[in-house]
Design a protein around this ligand. Structure first.
Ligand SMILES: Nc1ncnc2c1ncn2[C@@H]1O[C@H](COP(=O)(O)OP(=O)(O)OP(=O)(O)O)[C@@H](O)[C@H]1O
Ligand SMILES: [Mg+2]
Length: 400
């Protein structure tokens, strides 16, 4: 039975079992593309560090497809993840990583262990920006919370890479951005992402820090309509004292609902970028290069453009005849410093179009306008801002 993520087109042979956890097995693989591993999901559901454990038939498949949808959303908007593709219903190709043994927990709403650890903060308190906490993955000691100082001083080594304060800064920024993107994605289904756990790894072949492990229904709390009573995630299982057949059936329905809904979100994220349009009007075809550069910057943000040749004095005239936002972006000319941009800036009364001189700025501004209604564009913009931060940080680190 083929799922929509299924790709059955590649030959490979299974190598050695590289590790086995409570919910997954990771195998080395021999194939023409090096650097990858095979993640095999299990039907196991666990809580309390394995203290409670059950088999939930179909969980492996639902986890695989939920993870594929989450990772597709993130990959599409420019987050680097370990996800490559689904091989069959419970198997996924991923970039093999040296895993960083930290759980990065990002919270929008205080609940669960946070309110137990922070007496005085009421359940429902909203963190803005999202609150980040880190826990060292150490089952024997119940995954102790590590403050930033502890994490820095631990000087963890993953492969040949030491986890420096520079890398921690990067992962902190990525964690919050990843949360914000998934939060935005779930909003399209009127589902509140309350909190989420992720892990990072160092890609074995490139040494890049990427989002790794999986994101599935065990990774977060999600409350439809922001209503805790409607929760659909693993918390439902954690809350069960004894587990009846009916409980198991209900749980399975939740997992299946989540997998289905997120699949739809992932698809609609792709469709949204196809349907969003910026119309670029130029005064004459000699402005083509300038307009193409606006178009290229729009494409980077998942915004399609149509190009049109029309007459001069365009911006103000269009603006006066539509309620759509209009941005003038006059092509550079030698007269700029003296007079030329005044025809865009000095508008007749009753008009309200904006003027931006740089093509990329015009593209960004239009994407920001579209992002108010378009979550996929919103996510790309947010990731672009994250990348600006990471690039600057990287340049600074290299300079040092
Ligand atoms: N892309 C990857 N490359 C290498 N290892 C990976 C990758 N993705 C996940 N793993 C590792 O696979 C192992 C099995 O995952 P699983 O989640 O089942 O473990 P677990 O029992 O939850 O234990 P843990 O507490 O370490 O997550 C984990 O150690 C995880 O870090
Ligand atoms: Mg795990």
């Amino acid at each position: 039975s083929c799922t929509k993520h299924e790709v059955c087109d590649e030959a490979f042979t299974l190598g050695k079992l590289s590790c086995e956890g409570k919910t997954k097995l990771v195998y080395d693989i021999n194939s023409t593309t090096p650097g990858r591993c095979l993640i095999v999901s299990k039907d196991t559901i666990t809580a309390g560090n394995g203290a409670k454990k059950n088999i939930m038939e179909g969980k492996a498949e639902m986890s695989t497809s939920t993870n594929a949808s989450a990772m597709q959303i993130l990959n599409d908007v420019g987050i680097k993840t370990s996800f490559i593709k689904v091989v069959n219903k419970n198997r996924t190709f991923a970039w093999k990583c040296h895993m960083i043994p930290i759980e990065w927990v990002i919270r929008r709403v205080a609940t669960g262990s946070f309110i137990r650890r922070n007496v005085g903060v009421k359940e429902g308190y909203r963190f803005a920006p999202p609150k980040l906490e880190t826990f060292f993955k150490d089952d024997e000691n119940d995954d102790p919370q590590w403050g930033r100082e502890v994490l820095e001083e631990a000087k963890l080594k993953c492969g040949d890479i030491e986890i420096t304060s520079h890398l921690i800064d990067m992962m902190e920024k990525m964690s919050v951005t990843i949360f914000e993107v998934m939060e935005k994605a779930w909003q399209t289904k009127d589902v509140s992402l309350i909190d989420m756990k992720i892990e990072f790894g160092i890609r074995c072949d490139t040494n890049e820090v990427i989002l790794a492990d999986v994101i599935d229904n065990d990774s977060w709390r999600i409350w439809p309509s922001g209503d805790k009573r409607l929760m659909k995630d693993k918390q439902v299982y954690r809350n069960l004292k004894t587990i009846t057949n009916n409980d198991m059936k209900n749980l399975k329905e939740n997992y299946s609902w989540v997998s289905e809904q997120l699949g739809e979100v992932a698809e609609s994220f792709r469709d949204q970028t196809k349907s969003t349009t910026v119309a670029i009007f130029m005064g004459s075809p000699k402005d083509m290069a300038h307009c193409n550069s606006i178009k290229a910057s729009c494409s980077d943000l998942g915004v399609n453009c149509t190009l049109h040749v029309s007459s001069n004095g365009l911006g103000p005239v269009i603006s006066g005849n539509t309620v759509l936002p209009v941005i003038n972006c006059p092509p550079p000319s030698p007269q700029w410093c003296t007079a030329d941009i005044w025809s865009s800036l000095r508008l007749p009364s009753g008009l309200g179009c904006a003027t931006l001189l740089d093509p990329q700025a015009a593209a960004l501004c239009s994407a920001q306008i579209l992002a108010q209604r378009n979550p996929a564009v919103w996510a790309r913009l947010r990731v672009k801002q994250m990348k600006n931060f990471l690039d600057l940080k990287q340049s600074n680190a290299e300079l040092k």
